[in-house]
Design a protein around this ligand. Sequence first.
Ligand code: NAD
Length: 245
Amino acid sequence: MGQFDGKTAVVTGGSTGIGLATAERLATEGAHVFITGRRETELEKAAAEIGNATAVPGDVSVAADVDRLYERVRERGKGLDVLFANAAIQHLARLDELTEENHDRIFDINVKGTFLTVQKALPLLNDGASVILTASTSAERGDERFGAYGASKAAVRAYGRTWANELVGRGIRVNVVSPGPVDTPLFEVFGERADEMKAVVATAVPARRIAAPDEIAASVVFLASTQSSFVHGANLYVDGGMNQI
Ligand code: NAD
């Protein structure tokens, strides 16, 4: 018996990194997992790897794509028990470098995408459902060039508090997970300097390393499960102590 037997989950950004690791854990524990992301081939490959999964390609910042995702969930006829709104992009630029276009792109995907993902799920969410949003330690730090990304993640954290308040009457819990640095394709923004940047970032983590995606997934699964039944509106840092010490 898995703790998500018969349950339905949605994981956005589910073909790589933290999303994929979480989708794998949820499926292993019995959930049927809908994963979404923009790259169809990668998504199909990930769904095949996960096993008990359906790939629905789409962009979380496009309302019609999110509608299409939930239409597929609706067709399954079992509502939605776990929603992991996780898709995001990183764009690094100092204040004097940030273009309007990149500012809009990061807020469109990271903030509007999270809003659309959760708002459009409302009719499907079952009583007792768990919603988890991915923020970041960057929401509370001032690292150079992380301004737009950090601001977008601070917005996600703020949404999490309000939505927890607004949905508590339906027995729906909303929590935020804030990872520290994690070894995922998100580091590809650094190009050929990705490995060097991982090593540099690790020095800012008391644990002196960056996380594996599965270490974040374990905490998301905790928030998704009844093990966290009295955790509501929280921001769970999974950061090796980065923002704690
Ligand atoms: P990742 O790049 O592997 O995952 C991001 C996923 O989101 C990808 O699958 C990507 O295809 C998808 N995505 C991006 N834009 C999308 C869009 N418009 N529509 C649909 N899908 C889209 O990196 P990750 O590290 O696994 O990132 C997952 C989450 O964790 C993100 O919210 C990220 O901001 C957050 N995070 C990551 C780190 C880190 O160090 N890796 C640290 C803190 C927070």
